[in-house]
Design a protein around this ligand. Structure first.
Ligand code: FAD
Length: 421
């Protein structure tokens, strides 16, 4: 504790982590009128072109509505790219049933299936928007090193001083220290796979089509982005491979990697060139057993890390943030504190079912498509053909609707409505 400031600094809500989860939580909660402090150990995590995260995010229509209503998307440098359709196929090396592929096209309500944004652009926009909001204070270079529950709230040791708050929100990522301090157990499974992520340019247009190829070693996704400054078509690659193979691929020269990618795509996008060495992300499933404790909740990767094959990890996070904000707003309207049991328990109840359902779905798809045992792969392929040809569009749209909205009723922000409005 600091010698000449023995009493801890009092705050209403402290968010640990100013990544995509922490910023989303801060902006969602700002509408409740709570005083919010966001801490991050990084001295600069404000995104922009120089930020190292090469990933892109496919925002579902309700995530898109939420970030539009929070003014984040209008602060992005690039206009989000709509995904008009999605084509799911299997690699040519897998035994096939004729016609086995699945097509999704956008629903008739004018929404795209999803919208592509770059993570660093999103982070930059979050930083830009939050600096003008008076009840959000972003503090960089602040590491939380200890935490203790007290009768007056949660006490945090941050660098060399103490803070005490009604509610701490863990947004400190998959290795969350806050989660450890709370003693929350996690369910963890290593997929023994890694994702290679890179942008690449291609000579043929992507036509706003997202392509997902299922291969025995892991899926590969090519997600449409806008054009490069010199007018070339650009897509984002997420290529999942066995960890060892992914390591070897990531050490190839850009030229050889581009060649390896062209072979996988079988000419689908014409001549291909990656614009950078691919980044390597080890994949695992991590689910916290509880999302709430007295004076604390978990949100984002601190609460759940799922397989990226359905591009749903951050969409779950936005649903966490919108639902938490809704509970805090309702509690404050009737004079309760942000740490009231109705908030923490209500949040946990509404989020666990949705997250476990989505984690089960992505894990199941990964297992189903990760087998090359012929009878199974034939059955799977026949299943895809059957779903594509026999299921009416309405049923496919119901699946999309579930992926977009989850299992609980939609909170206001995900319907594009401000809490204060
Ligand atoms: C290959 C890949 C592709 C993906 N694609 C998609 C997609 O298409 N769609 C989708 O919805 N999701 C996707 N995801 C998931 C998504 O990228 C993540 O869920 C999201 O980036 C996690 O953000 P976060 O803020 O929870 O964690 P992080 O980005 O890890 O942020 C944690 C922050 O906490 C700070 N911090 C940590 N410890 C402390 C401490 N003790 N004190 C202070 N600060 C601390 C860190 O500095 C950091 O800024 C993908 C994931 C992967 C791996």
């Amino acid at each position: 504790m600091h010698m000449d400031s023995p009493s801890p600094e009092k705050c209403e809500i402290v968010i640990v982590g100013a990544g995509l989860a922490g910023y989303a939580a801060a902006l969602a909660l700002a509408g409740t009128g709570a005083e919010i402090v966001v801490l991050d150990r990084a001295t600069d995590s404000s995104g922009g072109a120089a930020h190292p995260d090469p990933r892109t995010t496919a925002l579902s229509p309700s995530s898109f509505k939420m970030l539009t209503c929070l003014d984040v998307l209008s602060a992005c440098q690039e206009v989000p790219t709509p995904i008009a359709a999605m084509r799911i196929t299997e690699a040519s090396s897998v035994p096939k049933w004729p016609g086995g592929l699945l097509n999704f096209e956008n629903a008739n309500d004018g929404d795209a299936l999803a919208y592509m944004v770059r993570n660093r652009d999103l982070l930059g926009a979050f930083a830009e928007v939050s600096k003008d909001i008076s009840n959000i204070s972003i503090r960089k270079g602040q590491t939380v090193t200890d935490m203790e529950q007290t009768p007056n709230g949660m006490q945090l040791t941050v660098n060399d001083h103490q803070m005490i708050c009604d509610l701490v929100i863990a947004c400190d990522g998959r290795q969350s220290l806050v989660r450890d301090f709370l003693g929350t157990r996690i369910i963890k499974r290593d997929y023994h796979r890694a994702a290679l992520v890179a942008d690449f340019s291609h000579s043929l247009p992507h036509d706003n089509l997202a392509r997902q190829i299922f291969r025995t070693n892991g899926p590969m996704a090519c997600l449409p982005l806008g054009k490069s400054p010199n007018g070339q078509h650009v897509s984002s690659l997420v290529w999942v491979e066995k960890t060892k193979t992914a390591k070897s691929l990531s050490s190839l020269s850009q030229e050889r990697f581009s060649y390896a990618l062209s072979e996988q795509l079988d000419g689908a996008l014409g001549d291909i060139k990656v614009s950078d060495t691919p980044h390597f992300f080890p994949l695992s499933l991590m689910l916290a057993e509880n999302y709430a404790a007295p004076h604390a909740v978990l949100l984002g990767d601190a609460a759940h890390v799922i397989h990226p094959l359905a591009g749903q990890g951050y969409n779950l996070t936005l649903r966490d943030a919108a639902m938490l904000a809704e509970h805090v707003f309702d509690a404050k309207m009737v004079g309760l504190k942000a740490c009231d049991l109705s908030v923490t328990e209500g949040y946990q109840l509404s989020r666990r079912v949705d997250v476990f359902a989505m984690a089960g779905l992505t894990d199941g798809l990964n297992n189903l498509f990760g087998t090359s045992f012929p009878p199974l792969s034939w059955l799977r392929h026949a299943g895809l053909a059957l779903v594509n040809n026999a299921l009416p569009n309405q049923a496919k749209h119901m699946g999309q609707r579930y992926a977009d909205r989850g299992t609980s009723p939609l909170p206001r922000l995900l319907r594009g409505r401000r809490l204060t409005g």
